[in-house]
Design a binder for this molecule. Structure first.
Ligand code: CDP
Ligand code: MG
Length: 752
């Protein structure tokens, strides 16, 4: 009965036609984007928006009006059955037995650390218990933060279902650019970053009665900052209850941080897991992983397999190899159902990993770190762990952020192994040696705050009035080099003055939920009279990199269609603007997208983002003005934010960044990659590191703009001509712009 319901829901949520079209689009995009993957931002930025659609439609599916009375009655019946089942399921969760004890502990203590295995019901149940126990009386809300957007959405949908309410009413979620809550909302799931933003408008969080910092063990950068902030709020708001919830062992560290707050342990139902190591290190863990999965499938009793890989590209490779290899296995061997899961996977496909395999078949889930603690997949008996994950790393020296494949920590390896012991005794196959587990692996994963660009965080803290960053109560302080670098960056952007105080520009920037450089470009667009256009560019940049697609059989037509948006070689930012404007003029038509090889999903997302940004623009009182086709204005606004990301084409034909003197290339997906002659001066949105360093989203600029727009940063040496032999394309005057030395850090690092 239940499965039947699920199937119906699937059909309501996505008409088959749409799903097919979108899948095709997705596939062609994958082929086209094959070169791009593995760069910074891939998994961190373009995530999960599809899930919004899914969650919405899933939540609405059951509430559509029905004409037929019989069908209606049947549906009500089905709902009642489903509801009973859900309530029964709730009672089987480990946390259920401890409900009263937990509520008692919360009543007695202001701050509690809750520890329990993944899947014990912390996230879905505890907020409901608190709601039922009256913690939301008098209109106070319960906040439950998640480091991952997809978790915030899917958990909210699940809880709405369990409570029998419409998503967005009593239970809602809030993630960047998407607020699915209402006046009624009492239980609010949100990303940790969103709660951080709420501090800006409500420094004492007075609308909340309870704050649950969930998945605290993930130690995302926003969670770390939140921990420091809520600790402070709790001091002057004795009525506020604070729960720090974690899936792992290091609960003592949280307890210590919160002045020895009591730790409430939810004993999990965890079965024994047999750990197997390889005898010798594996030369190629992908090969080894494939071989192990196949061997398990052929030799082991029923039970699903979970394989941890590092990213989308790897998952797709393994998926393909497994498909090919299982094809020839014959009928004696059971079917192997292959289910990939990574952040960018369209949600209709994501749902597949939760479906049980058909009778007689075995499921293998190919997952990124997302399956380590954020998602619970039932039915896993075998875990294959190559011991790697992709992690963000940041170099304060060069200011570049990248995603690198690195060995995981012991804590991660243990979490992963634990995934196999939820339904019965499990087995974990580690594709590394016991020696390397014991001797080489770090105990814990380094918290994100110690390996990230901190500009955005520092800006938020400054906007909260926290000037003295060094004495901020960090659980693990970020390296001071990173803090200094962030201060420097914000100073260069004009967000801080020379005493390190927030400027008016900085205050406006802080209101925009964007990277500080992009926020600056928007604030600066006011001066250049192009706020409408810059808003569009920013929305397109935020909506993801998958704007165009390129079916293999129509590659040339697609390329031509794409190049048309870059007419005049104005650069990628203006091209994005052109795409959006034409789409808008078409009445936001899906057919227009098909005709022009543009991804309609990305466009819809951009439109949503734009609507959100429009409201914020009003709040920071930036006048909405259009430059009516004066693209130089747009390019200047972009430059005002991204002047540090400037490269010059040297005589040898290679681009070098002005800032760090690195050799960089125009990304092949850029409209400027095929412009002849290539522009001499460019700004770029970001650097993407694959085999080489590529500039992505590139726009030509004039060097004098740098001097005009960022005189504090660049000094003009226009009278130092380049050697005469140098060909100056477009008859540009030879110019050398050099970086001004930064002001002494002591000038604006006013600590102590
Ligand atoms: O937070 P914790 O890992 O302790 O558990 P949870 O997220 O509250 O999940 C408890 C159970 O709810 C899981 O074992 C799943 O069976 C179910 N669940 C679900 O079906 N769908 C979701 N989106 C989330 C949870
Ligand atoms: Mg949870």
């Amino acid at each position: 009965r239940r499965r039947h319901d699920d199937d119906d829901r699937g059909k309501n949520a996505f008409s088959e036609q749409e799903s097919w079209e979108e899948q095709q689009v997705r596939k062609s995009q994958l082929q086209f984007g094959a070169k791009d993957r593995g760069h910074a931002g891939d998994e961190y930025e373009l995530v999960f928006e599809d899930a919004v659609e899914f969650v919405k439609s899933a939540a609405m599916a059951g509430t559509e009006p029905e004409d037929d009375a019989d069908e209606l009655a049947e549906e009500i019946d089905a709902k009642a059955v489903l509801q009973r089942e859900l309530q029964d399921q709730r009672k089987t969760l480990p946390v259920y037995k401890y409900k009263d004890e937990l509520l008692k502990a919360i009543a007695e203590h202001q701050i509690i650390v809750v520890v329990g295995e993944t899947g014990s019901g912390k996230t879905t149940q505890i907020p409901q218990y608190l709601h039922e126990a009256g913690y939301t009386a008098g209109g106070k809300k319960i906040a439950c933060t998640q480091p991952r957007r997809v978790a915030a959405m899917s958990v909210a949908a699940r809880v709405a279902q369990e409570m029998g309410v419409k998503l967005g009413h009593e239970v809602g979620y809030s993630i960047r650019f998407e607020d699915c809550t209402s006046e009624k909302t009492a239980v609010k799931y949100m990303t940790d970053g969103m709660l951080l933003r709420e501090f800006l408008g409500e420094p004492d969080l007075s609308s909340y009665g309870v704050v649950i910092v969930d998945e605290a063990h993930e130690r995302s950068i926003s969670t770390d900052i939140l921990l420091g902030l809520v600790k402070d709020v709790a001091r002057f708001r004795p009525d506020l209850k604070l729960l720090i919830s974690s899936a792992t062992l290091n609960a003592d560290k949280f307890s210590d941080f919160f002045d020895m707050a009591p730790v409430f342990k939810i004993p999990g139902r965890r079965y024994k897991v047999d750990i197997h190591y390889t005898v010798a290190p594996e030369a190629d863990y992908v090969d080894a992983a494939v071989a192990t999965v196949l061997q398990l499938h052929v030799t082991q009793p029923p039970g699903d397999i979970l394989l941890f890989l590092t990213g989308q590209e790897e998952i797709e490779t393994v998926e393909e190899i497994l498909r090919r290899r299982t094809r020839g296995l014959g009928t004696k061997i059971a079917e192997l159902v292959i289910c990939p899961i990574y952040a960018n996977l369209p949600t209709e496909l994501q749902a597949k990993i939760f479906e049980p395999a058909p009778p007689g078949a075995r499921k293998v889930v190919l997952a990124t770190n997302i399956a380590e603690t954020s998602l619970t997949i039932d039915g896993i008996s075998y875990v294959v762990d190559p011991g790697f994950s992709k992690v963000k790393s940041y170099s304060p020296r060069t200011g570049t952020e990248s995603l690198l494949v690195q060995p995981i920590s012991k804590a991660s390896a243990d979490q992963r192994a634990g995934r196999s012991g939820r339904i019965g005794p499990g087995k974990c196959f580690r594709l590394f040696t016991e020696h390397s587990y014991k001797e080489d692996m770090e105990d814990e994963t380094v918290p994100e705050i110690q390996r990230s660009n901190l500009a955005s965080v520092v800006l938020s803290l400054k906007a909260l009035g926290i000037n003295d960053l060094v004495s901020f109560d960090f659980m693990d302080p970020p390296p001071s080099e990173g803090l200094l670098r962030a201060l420097e960056d914000l100073f260069a952007l004009g967000a801080l003055n020379s005493r390190g105080e927030l400027t008016k520009t900085g205050r406006r920037m802080a209101e925009l939920p964007l990277d500080p450089m992009l926020a600056k470009a928007i604030v600066a667009s006011e001066r250049h009279g192009c706020s409408e256009e810059m808003l569009t560019v920013a929305s397109m940049l935020s909506a993801g990199n998958a704007v165009f697609y390129r079916p293999k059989d129509k590659a040339l037509i697609a390329d031509a269609a794409r190049q048309r948006f870059n007419a005049g070689g104005a650069g990628d930012h203006v091209a994005l603007l052109n795409v959006y404007t034409e789409w808008e003029q078409s009445g936001y038509s899906a057919q227009w997208c098909v005709d022009h090889f543009v991804q309609s999903r990305t466009m819809r997302r951009a439109r949503d983002v734009r609507e959100q940004l429009e409201k914020l623009l009003e709040r920071v009182e930036i006048e909405r003005r259009s430059c009516a086709g004066d693209f130089d204005a747009v390019r200047k606004a972009v430059t005002a934010g991204f002047f540090r990301n400037t490269a010059q084409r040297r005589r040898d034909g290679f681009y070098r960044t002005l800032k760090t003197w690195r050799t960089v290339f125009v990304h092949p997906s850029s409209g400027l990659a095929r412009v002849d002659p290539p522009p001499r001066w460019v700004v770029y949105h970001e650097l993407v590191e694959t085999t080489m360093e590529y500039m992505r989203q590139v726009t030509e600029i004039k060097p004098e703009w740098l001097v005009e727009i960022a005189p504090h940063y660049y000094q003009n040496n226009l009278d130092t001509p380049e050697p005469k032999k140098a060909k100056a394309p477009h008859g540009q005057g030879a110019a050398v712009v050099t970086e001004k030395p930064s002001p002494s850090l002591n000038d604006f690092f006013n600590v102590q």
